[in-house]
Design a protein. Structure first.
Length: 310
């Protein structure tokens, strides 16, 4: 398969992995709650796949490309440096997202308090009016209920916006990783794309659920949940700027190292903590799912090596 065919396959897999958020968003049509055990197992399994491929395959490929331009010792140092550069880059994105989340959460809490104060004031006014004009009492109660509903919708929409921002930002390096791995080898990129697609499913539901409760529209929730994953092909587009046939070997090495660091950070900072923080889920299920993910990735890499050797 030539470079252009690899590029087309890489874009296709990145796009498909991103669209899987739409599969998760579709669950909003059938349920109002998520199986916490399934969510935890999915996150841990995906983390196992991504960490294994990052530390065993992707960083090794980075070193291989650097070795074609530099001495073995310098190539090793550069691949290590690019890995930690990817970690730092993703940490900066993570910090930015959490800062935005805190500000939005604080604003949402203040809005909620203001709404409660407005309702209390309205209730007091209602009591004062009770003896004057009982005919208006139901109108006042309806207005108070409307204020409460509007406040709750705003809070849920703010939550959906924050979750969407987090998913959009962390899907970009995943799209880059899928593109780079698939451009190098479609058989190596496919398991990674599948793993990313699997863990994108609950992410789509995480976006869709608060939107549905805020707007009452299932179609809008599904649409926005699906769109949140389209930053993945955008990440692939960014990667294609570097990873093309005219690129230097060092550029390939740097891209592989960066994506390995980014994926490892996402797994340790987001996926595994999410899995372990799910209440009522056994630790054994999470650990077992993680190593199942590692095993699946390992078997796919072994199969690729055997097929290549023969």
């Amino acid at each position: 398969m030539g470079g252009s065919s690899h590029a087309q396959a890489a874009f296709g897999m990145s796009f498909a992995a991103g669209l899987s958020t739409g599969v998760g968003a579709l669950f909003v049509c059938f349920t109002t709650s998520l199986d916490r055990s399934l969510l935890a197992a999915t996150m841990a399994f995906s983390a196992g796949v991504m960490i294994y491929v990052s530390l065993v395959e992707v960083i090794a490929v980075a070193n291989e490309y650097f070795s074609q331009s530099y001495s073995p010792s310098l190539a090793y140092a550069l691949s290590t440096l690019s890995f930690f550069a990817g970690v730092l880059a993703m940490a900066a994105v993570d910090s930015l997202v959490h800062r935005v989340m805190e500000k939005v959460a604080a604003h949402s809490a203040q809005t909620k308090r203001d709404g409660e104060a407005d309702r209390a004031e309205a209730a007091t006014t209602d009591e004062q009016r009770l003896y004057r004009a009982k005919a208006h009492e139901e109108d006042d109660a309806a207005a108070i209920a409307a204020v409460a509903a509007i406040t709750e919708r705003r809070r849920l929409l703010a939550l959906a916006a924050v979750v969407s921002a987090a998913i959009v930002l962390h899907n970009i390096p995943e799209g880059m990783a899928t593109y780079v791995a698939s451009f190098h080898s479609v058989s190596a990129g496919l398991p990674l794309a599948i793993a990313i697609a699997i863990h994108n499913i609950p992410e789509g539901l995480a976006v869709a659920m608060p939107i549905y409760h805020a707007t009452g529209s299932r179609s809008r929730a599904v649409l926005l949940g699906t769109l949140s994953g389209l930053s993945e092909p955008f990440g692939a587009l960014l990667a294609s700027i570097v990873a093309n046939e005219a690129s230097s070997k060092a550029a390939f090495g740097g891209m592989f190292g960066l994506t390995a660091g980014m994926m490892t950070y996402v797994c340790i900072s987001e996926l595994l903590p999410t899995a372990f923080n799910e209440s009522g889920v056994g630790r054994g299920l999470i650990v077992g799912s993680f190593f199942c993910g590692c095993a699946v990735m390992a078997l796919s890499l072994v199969a690729e090596k055997v097929a290549t050797a023969s």
